[in-house]
Design a protein around this ligand. Sequence first.
Ligand SMILES: [Zn+2]
Length: 129
Amino acid sequence: MEINCGIVKDLIPLYHDEVCSDETKAAVEEHIAHCSECRAALESLSRTEYMEETCYSEARSRELAESYRKLRRRNSRRMALTVALAVIGAALIAFGFIKYYIASHRVGHNNTGFTEPSAGAVTALVGGK
Ligand SMILES: [Zn+2]
């Protein structure tokens, strides 16, 4: 089927998006095979779409990178807080342990169970009369 450039240019978006009938597709292909102007129109449409996709994906990846950075910043802040709390907790536990140790050690000193031997017992052990 012979169609003119005006019709082909109207059909190019449909052809490009592959939403036309097989007959239309065949007619467009037949036309662009010998019409460089319409072929250029189809190529520029493809290029425009490619550019839009590329720009979109660049913008999107920048957006993703930014949100990733934000997330990392937030996570590192959270991590720092966790570490600080862990250090404080460990310090409190150590402090409590040391206090307990000192307290129990002092009790040990005062209440060892040992008593000073009496003078008589020492004399008996050494072998005096
Ligand atoms: Zn044409």
